[in-house]
Ligand binder design. Sequence first.
Ligand SMILES: Cc1cc2nc3c(=O)[nH]c(=O)nc-3n(C[C@H](O)[C@H](O)[C@H](O)COP(=O)(O)OP(=O)(O)OC[C@H]3O[C@@H](n4cnc5c(N)ncnc54)[C@H](O)[C@@H]3O)c2cc1C
Length: 456
Amino acid sequence: MPGDKKRFVIIGGGPGGTACATHAARLGADVTVIEKDIVGGAAHLLDCIPSKAMIATGSVMADMKSASEMGLFNVDAGLDFEALRKRISGIEDRLEGSMTQLLTSQGVKVIEGTGRMLSETLVEATAKDGSTTQIEADVIVLSTGSRPRVPDWAPVDGERVLTTRHAYPPPELPKHLIVIGSGVTGVEFVHMFQSFGCEVSLIVSRQQVLPEKDPEVAGVLEQSFLDRGVNLLIGARAESIEKSDDTVRVNCSDGRIAEGSHVLLAIGSIPNTDNIGLENTSVDHEWGYVKVDHNCLSSVSNIYAAGDISGKLPVASVATAQGRKIAEHAMGLHKGPHRHIDYEKAASAIFTNPEIADVGVAEADAFAEGRKIRVTKVPFASSAKALINNDSRGFVKVVSDPATGVVIGGSIVGRHAAELISVLALAVTAGLTVSDLAESLFVHPALSEVLSEAAE
Ligand SMILES: Cc1cc2nc3c(=O)[nH]c(=O)nc-3n(C[C@H](O)[C@H](O)[C@H](O)COP(=O)(O)OP(=O)(O)OC[C@H]3O[C@@H](n4cnc5c(N)ncnc54)[C@H](O)[C@@H]3O)c2cc1C
């Protein structure tokens, strides 16, 4: 009976919200998604997809530059900035269209507007023209994502001083881009704009790029940046930005100055929870993040949070997994014991050149904790496929438990690392052993052969 259906109201239609919507609808719920900008979320419009689309274009350019090594001649490529812009918006339109179609085909109602909780069971959507709709909810899912953090000292104007939200693509191709922040987002920007031929400086506040990563892994990227002529300011903390007609200067606390044409801030994000009506509920939150348990349930028994605002690993795959888990839990599927999301086992990748990907326990962390591990490492230089690809940089590292042989983690640096890590992610989640990997009959010649070699 339609009237008996559980009513889900989901605020925010990014990966977390849409995964929850389609799954809950399939499980028989009556689902409404309120989205203020684009179905698919920041992930589609502003973050993952446009960044990877631009990186893909840059990679083709880089491959063309080394085409002579593949036996080709007269191959060269210049960047058509307008064509790139069109390509990105074409991908976004297609993804938004297919996501909207998926939602409507499942009977999910999509309301264009800004959602806000008026109480623990009532949500209001305000459309762009100011008109409002109130919707009763049995289950409320908050999945409003995050936005770039902008410190007081950064005069962001969207033209010369940019955040990640202005960069896909930026209003003009920078002559000399200064990237502030050397985490995952920052290094992807360095790679992207350097491959388009821009001069790039990177301000690294700590002693290595990718401070959270295994130093050996980060070291490969740092060396590649140096080889490509990126100007690295290691151990420099930006503290002010000055703009003049055609230059920007970033002043660092130790007196160093970086001067360029544009600045891009990549120094983290903050959750979009300031205007969603948390104050009208007793949902617990800290620093703007909604506190959730292992079912993504907040302190209120019918209000859940998925994605970046849950304060867990801020990647789209985690948001999607959380959305699905919420649908199952709220629909009562998890009465008995079940597998919770294990954030420690989430694979992640950095789309630089070479790519970097990892999963589970990192070698450096295990040593720091005094944990006994076995580490095996095989370079791609030993792989026939890497030679065929004309790219034998990097390695595969498999981390296992020496007592049981169970694979507990791994890192891959090299071409297609983001795809290859899935094999190790599966091994880590399923509790496979190094023998399982070593005895798997992979394709030859393929880069994946290095995985089974590293597991021997
Ligand atoms: C530059 C960059 C690159 C990234 N690349 C990757 C990558 O390659 N792979 C990866 O896995 N992750 C990547 N991420 C992270 C990823 O984008 C986020 O983790 C993911 O988007 C989080 O999904 P979400 O559902 O929480 O929120 P979002 O995708 O941010 O979606 C939230 C949605 O809620 C809407 N919304 C907000 N407030 C309201 C409201 N009050 N009412 C209605 N709607 C509202 C927003 O318009 C938005 O559409 C990247 C992040 C950045 C910044």
